[in-house]
Ligand binder design. Structure first.
Ligand code: URA
Length: 210
């Protein structure tokens, strides 16, 4: 597993405003979009391309197009939905699938309550959007789901992660092509499964249900 933690002052500055408890939902949403834009740039460094011949008004040249099959972007509902716009702005031709997962607040185990994905993901590059990598349970379930359907590599984009969640994913995905791109790696998980210092519940903060 490869882990890439963003190291850029603009990302840290935007995360600082996002974390602040008084930041209202509309600003939280637009900052999330901006952050995903920046993280997606890094996360798509390995996107598969093929050479194409074009003509500029001045001369023929060789350029690049995204290879088929097109990459698949999978936001994990509900909070991952807040990251979708930032991702598809960067890669408008990508296909989008959805996975709805909710964690049981007592056991912290994920269950899938919705799924809308192509049946066959053979040879697909997949980009999973999940803002908070806490225990890693729902992200791991999503990653396994995609590999079981034939995906070749999975890149997860997360705003924040806890070391415990990263370690759990690393352990459970040995031998798979998994990359995690993070805005920041936080300190730890608390007894309620929240990332510390974190930003609270990302879904509530995105959708104003605090
Ligand atoms: N999910 C969240 O939204 N926040 C956390 O801190 C952990 C999981």
């Amino acid at each position: 597993m490869r882990v890439h933690v963003a190291d850029h002052p603009l990302i840290t500055q935007k995360l600082t405003v996002l974390r602040e408890r008084t930041t209202p939902s509309p600003i939280f949403r637009s900052l999330t979009e901006e952050l995903v834009n920046l993280l997606a740039y890094e996360a798509t460094r390995g996107v598969r391309t093929q050479p194409i011949d074009i003509e500029t008004p001045v001369a023929p040249m060789r350029g690049l197009a995204l290879s088929e099959p097109k990459p698949l972007v999978v936001p994990i509902l509900r909070a991952g939905l807040g990251m979708l716009e930032g991702m598809v702005k960067l890669m408008p031709t990508a296909e989008v699938g959805f996975l709805g997962m909710v964690r049981n607040e007592e056991t912290l185990q994920p269950t899938t309550y919705a799924e809308r994905l192509p049946d066959d993901l053979s040879d697909r590059q997949c980009f999973v959007l999940d803002p908070m990598l806490a225990t890693g349970g729902s992200l791991l379930a999503a990653i396994n789901y995609l590999f079981d359907r034939g995906a070749v590599d999975v890149t997860a984009i997360c705003l924040l992660a806890a070391p415990e969640g990263l370690a759990a994913i690393e352990k459970a995905t040995q031998g798979r092509d998994v990359t995690i791109v993070l805005g920041a790696l936080d300190d730890h998980l608390n007894e309620n499964g929240y990332i510390v210092p974190g930003l609270g519940d990302a879904g509530d903060r995105l959708y104003g249900t605090v």
